[in-house]
Every structure is written in structure tokens, then in C-alpha cells.
Ligand binder design. Structure first.
Ligand code: SF4
Length: 385
């Protein structure tokens, strides 16, 4: 883990507003946009309180902010002026490292015109993550997304014209009605638009969503086919210069998402807003999924200790650099070798992981069954303690 990640903290601000609810979405958001001013004021209060008293986030004292991430929900719905004011409040309250990565998630729509990105760039935003999901309008519509592929292109061009080059696009696999060819069309659209980073997630049907209620009628692609598409996608993007650096994330050289990468290196972060999670000073805590409660000054809920060896190994194995047994042993006293290697041999010979005598790295086939393989690696290490 590098020094910057160890000593600094990532700041996440959840923006719990969406213009409408996408049919598959389980993220916390509401469609009552009338409360955005109240909410922005509550976040500013929260930041100011943290500066004054330390409060529940005492672990922040003396530490610098290395990344700021506005996620949602739909942060762009807040508008450029509110987002800029929040970023000013962050800078007033904390020491933000020079060159810190500052990301705003945006939903492509007409509200991103009229100087939106210029205002963000002037405030210090240097990375934008756009919810594309699919470049095929019929697929986007089935997901409940209103914007078209042309809106995505317009948003990317507007963002770049404003001087923000670091653009990430979300892609979804397993969308109702998707085919391998239509996925390829989506990937080519992202590449042609010059995305520096692509996050590609498989659709998962969460209980309580509209999709869960009508699962049988969705015309979902076969699971085996989606797995094949995932492997084809990895090849497709690698051939176009993208590094597959995490299970679901690809980037051009030097454009890893620094905020998320810190999570996978077990770095600490503070999350502000309903449904935002934190890991600070070895403690985990989160704000409940309750906009009213947050606006009224509710406190976060304790979620136990974090940063144990199992968690660290599990997170590291999501990355293409995998986990170092030597570092794990030095840091946590886990003695993983040599019997450990025997237990994992079936996974190595089955092409699910690679082992060079120190690092265990999941292959792309291994990423597809990461829960199982990571569980087996941790079990083997536990047996060997
Ligand atoms: S825009 Fe994003 S957060 Fe909002 S409903 Fe759609 S998927 Fe969920």
C-alpha cells in the first residue's frame, strides 16, 4: 500500500436525489427534488461540525483528503452551483491535498448543458463518471433510463470542452434484450468517445426493485452467455489499450479511479449523507437510508471494526495485482505457505488463479467466480494460521 493511501482519507458525499427511479436500482435515492437546498445545507453543517468537534470522525484529525467523490443518486441533479458550494465547504473544512481527485457522478441529460461542466471545472472537479449503461437506446429504455446514446455523447463532449478529460463511463452486462453484439456496440461507443475509464457491472436483480417483481418477463440473457460476454469484453477492451485493473473496472494507463482504488487497498474514508458508509480509525459506521433523519442531524450507526486480514485479502484479490503473501504475513502474522499452495492447486490448474510464489492473482475466469475463489483462499489461510 502506498504512503498516500495510508495517511490520507477519501471523502464520499452521497447525493440521494434522482429524477425518477431506474427499474433495477437499489441505491438509496428519492425523487422529491424540492429538498435539495435543505440537503445541501445539512451536508455543509455536517462538514462544519466535523471540523469543529471531530465528533464521530475523530480519526480525521491531522489527516488530509486525497479524493472527493460525489456519488448517488444523481449528484448532477443538484446543479453545478450547489455542487461547487459543497466542494468549497469541503475545502474550507479540511486540508485537501493538491491534485486531489475530485469526481462527480452525472446522469446524461439536458441539465448538463449551459456551462454545467465549466462551473464544476472552475470549482476543482477533475473527474466525471457518466451513467451510460448501454449505447443502445432500446436497452437504456428497458432499464428506465431516459437519456439516449446521443445525450451520452453530448455530455462527454461538453465535459471535455470544459477541460475535464478524465471521464469514466458505466457499462452494464446482462441488460434485458442485450446480445453479445449489442454489448460490443456499447463498448465501441465508450472507446470511440475516448473514455479514460470504464466500469462494467453485471445486472443483479435486487429484492424490492421493480425488476425483482417482474423478473420472469424481463427477457434476461442466459447467465452462461453473460459470463462468456464478460470474458470477451475483457479481451476487447485490452486490445484497445485498457488495463483490467479490478474485477469490474478498466482504464487507460494512469487513469485508475483513485477514490475506489483506495477502498480496495483497505484505505480509510469518510462518507457523508444517508446510506453513506465510513471506515475510519479501524471503525466502520454508516448513516441510515433516511433523508429526513440526516437532515435533522441524525448520527451514524456503528458497524463494527474493519481492516482485519480477511477483509484486506478479500479486497486485494479484486485487483489485478492480487495479494502478496509476504506482506500479509508481515502485517497480520498469517503464515500461508507452503501447505496453502497445495490447497489452492486445483484452482490454479483450473485457470482461476495464478501464483508466483508470493502473489496470488485471480485470472479473469477467476473474477467470474470471485466469491467462491476468494472464500477458498481465505479458508486455506485460516486453516494455516
Ligand atoms: S440514476 Fe442511478 S441512482 Fe438514480 S435510480 Fe437510476 S441507477 Fe439508481
Amino acid at each position: 500500500m502506498n504512503q498516500t493511501v495510508e495517511n490520507s482519507v477519501g471523502l464520499y458525499i452521497h447525493v440521494p436525489f434522482c429524477s425518477s427511479k431506474c427499474q433495477y436500482c437499489d441505491f438509496y435515492s428519492v425523487t422529491d427534488r424540492g429538498r435539495m437546498d435543505e440537503y445541501a445545507a445539512a451536508v455543509t453543517d455536517e462538514l462544519t461540525t466535523l471540523r469543529r468537534a471531530g465528533a464521530y470522525a475523530d480519526g480525521l484529525r491531522g489527516r488530509e483528503i486525497s479524493t472527493v467523490y460525489f456519488g448517488g443518486g444523481t449528484p448532477s441533479l443538484l446543479g453545478a452551483d450547489r455542487l461547487s458550494a459543497l466542494l468549497r465547504a469541503v475545502k474550507d473544512c479540511f486540508s485537501v491535498l493538491p491534485g486531489a481527485e475530485v469526481t462527480v457522478e452525472c446522469n446524461p441529460s439536458s441539465s448538463l448543458s449551459g456551462g454545467f461542466f465549466e462551473t464544476l471545472a472552475a470549482a476543482g472537479v477533475n473527474r466525471v463518471s457518466l451513467g451510460m449503461q448501454s449505447a443502445v437506446d432500446a436497452e437504456r429504455k428497458r432499464l428506465g433510463r431516459k437519456a439516449t446514446a446521443a445525450d451520452v455523447s453530448a455530455a462527454v463532449n461538453a465535459c471535455r470542452s470544459a477541460g475535464i478529460e478524465n471521464i469514466s463511463l458505466d457499462v452494464m452486462l446482462g441488460v434485458p434484450g442485450q446480445t453479445e453484439q449489442s454489448l460490443r456496440q456499447t463498448l465501441d461507443h465508450a472507446v470511440t468517445l475516448g473514455a479514460k475509464h470504464i466500469s462494467a457491472y453485471m445486472l443483479s436483480i435486487e429484492e424490492g426493485t421493480f425488476f425483482a417483481k417482474k423478473r420472469e418477463t424481463l427477457n434476461l440473457p442466459e447467465e452462461d452467455a453473460v459470463c462468456d460476454w464478460y470474458l470477451a469484453m475483457c479481451e476487447h477492451l485490452k486490445n484497445r489499450g485498457y488495463r483490467h485493473y479490478e474485477i469490474s473496472n478498466f482504464c487507460l494507463p494512469g487513469y485508475e479511479a483513485r477514490h475506489n482504488t483506495a477502498y480496495w487497498y483497505d484505505g480509510e474514508y469518510l462518507g457523508i449523507g444517508p446510506a453513506a458508509h465510513s471506515f475510519l480509525n479501524g471503525r466502520r459506521f454508516y448513516f441510515p437510508r433516511d433523508l429526513d433523519g440526516f437532515i435533522q442531524g441524525g448520527f451514524p450507526v456503528e458497524d463494527g471494526p474493519g481492516g482485519g486480514w480477511e477483509e484486506t485479502v478479500m479486497l486485494a484479490l479484486r485487483l489485478d495485482t492480487g495479494v502478496s503473501l509476504r506482506e500479509t504475513e508481515e502485517r497480520f502474522g498469517v503464515v500461508p505457505f507452503p501447505s496453502f499452495a497445495d490447497k489452492l492447486e486445483p484452482y490454479r490448474s483450473g485457470g482461476l488463479l495464478a501464483f508466483d510464489g508470493d502473489r496470488i492473482i485471480l485470472t479473469e475466469k477467476g473474477f467470474l467466480v470471485s466469491n467462491t475463489v476468494i472464500g477458498e483462499i481465505i479458508a486455506a489461510m485460516t486453516d494455516n494460521r
